[in-house]
Design a protein around this ligand. Sequence first.
Ligand SMILES: NC(=O)c1ccc[n+]([C@@H]2O[C@H](COP(=O)([O-])OP(=O)(O)OC[C@H]3O[C@@H](n4cnc5c(N)ncnc54)[C@H](OP(=O)(O)O)[C@@H]3O)[C@@H](O)[C@H]2O)c1
Length: 254
Amino acid sequence: MPNLKAILVLGAGVDSVLGDPDLPGDAPVLRLVDAGLSGPMAEYALYAVLHFQRRMADYFEQQRSATWQRRDELLAKRWTVGVMGLGVLGATVAQRIAAQGYPVAGWSRSGNPVEGIEVYAGAAGFDPFLARSRVLVNVLPLTPGTRGILNARTFSTMPAGSYMVNIGRGGHVNEVDLIAALDAGQLAGAMLDVFDQEPLPAVHPFWRHPKIIVTPHVAAPTLASESEAQVVGNIGRLERGEQPLGLVDRKKGY
Ligand SMILES: NC(=O)c1ccc[n+]([C@@H]2O[C@H](COP(=O)([O-])OP(=O)(O)OC[C@H]3O[C@@H](n4cnc5c(N)ncnc54)[C@H](OP(=O)(O)O)[C@@H]3O)[C@@H](O)[C@H]2O)c1
């Protein structure tokens, strides 16, 4: 396509496009900026936090054997949540959870402030951020710098018996390390929406692990009308020589 002017990606993440060996070197890559995705992402993450905090997995299990047993529950104000990635989607996820009374911190590369959220930055901020996070919610983009970031070292820096929610990309998770951390009790549960291989193969151990909840990449599906409006708007901006929305920095990978 010698006249290609731009590549408009119908999603917020561009890892699959940037990883394409046939990607032309010069055309700008534009991703979706929110386009209605932040609300559904926040709902999914909030559901996961509530599910874990209110011991719903235990109660679902108890119901199978008609067991009436009250479990200890910590109040929301003592249930610390950490959001990895404070971009367009992560900032909304963090603020919506914080609005329900959870102490929320976030972690990003730059440490840019997000109202109402305690922000940790870069490599130096990572361990203190993890050490205070009872539930870790991943909303990072998948780049060479973030691939495999949810690994044994990360899990062991979190408080014992923590929880992990992944709505970023499957490539963020070291799958062997995750199962080991769950089996050892270092993690008490995980809710996973994205996987290295999608659809998740029927034989994959995640399907049958008692501490894992699997959903089929549904946290925030692309919305046709919002995306269409943004794509049309961006084509107009390019034609008028204006700065488009969602211009991807190929060096940073997001
Ligand atoms: N499950 C789903 O249905 C679904 C739907 C949509 C999107 N997603 C995923 O969500 C991701 C995030 O989307 P977005 O629109 O919020 O992206 P974004 O606006 O580009 O934000 C990315 C955030 O991650 C931070 N970050 C990137 N690399 C980092 C690193 N090495 N260390 C620390 N922080 C780093 C950035 O830090 P700075 O602020 O310093 O730049 C920024 O805060 C997408 O890439 C996609 O993979 C999933």
